[in-house]
Design a protein around this ligand. Structure first.
Ligand code: DQA
Length: 140
């Protein structure tokens, strides 16, 4: 089974960035844990700080992969185009946010992604990625 994990802007700084909100672990380190937890899953990890590149990647994997775990980061709240890309592709998308966006600033309460996704997880830290993958693998 092929699962793509796509992270948006500033998530390349996990472990260094606002650690009180996002924790101390880099995503590369967490990826190792995910690979151990799901040894039979064929993972592809992609991160970009550029909106169009995220859309290109969604289109590229969206007809080939069995599922996508997507954290569009700040673009969640602004990008109609990322929402449109999710609606266009075949693979189910699970939206994940490390922090609880609903307990933060008001502008983070709007998501252009939730309504196009199979489901959304927020506020459970990096564990949210594991839970999203668990859902994708169980539904197969
Ligand atoms: C985030 C929440 C977003 O509001 C923020 O812009 C991020 C990270 C999260 O994972 O909690 O960059 O998506």
């Amino acid at each position: 089974m092929k699962i793509a994990i796509i992270n948006g802007p500033n998530l390349n700084l996990l472990g260094k960035r606002e650690t009180d909100i996002y924790g101390n672990q880099s995503f590369e380190k967490y990826m190792e844990e995910l690979k151990n937890l799901f040894p039979t899953v064929d993972f592809h990890y992609y991160q970009s700080n550029v909106e169009g590149e995220l859309i290109n990647e969604l289109q590229r994997v969206g007809y080939e992969y069995d599922g996508i775990v997507l954290n569009p980061a700040g673009y969640t709240h602004t990008s109609v185009a990322i929402g449109d890309a999710i609606a266009a592709i075949k693979a189910p998308v699970v939206e994940v946010h490390i922090s609880n966006v609903h307990s933060r600033e008001h502008f983070r309460h709007l998501s252009h992604v939730s309504g196009k996704s199979a489901g959304s997880i927020f506020g459970l830290g990096l564990k949210g990625y594991e839970l999203a993958i668990r859902w994708l693998t169980d539904r197969k």
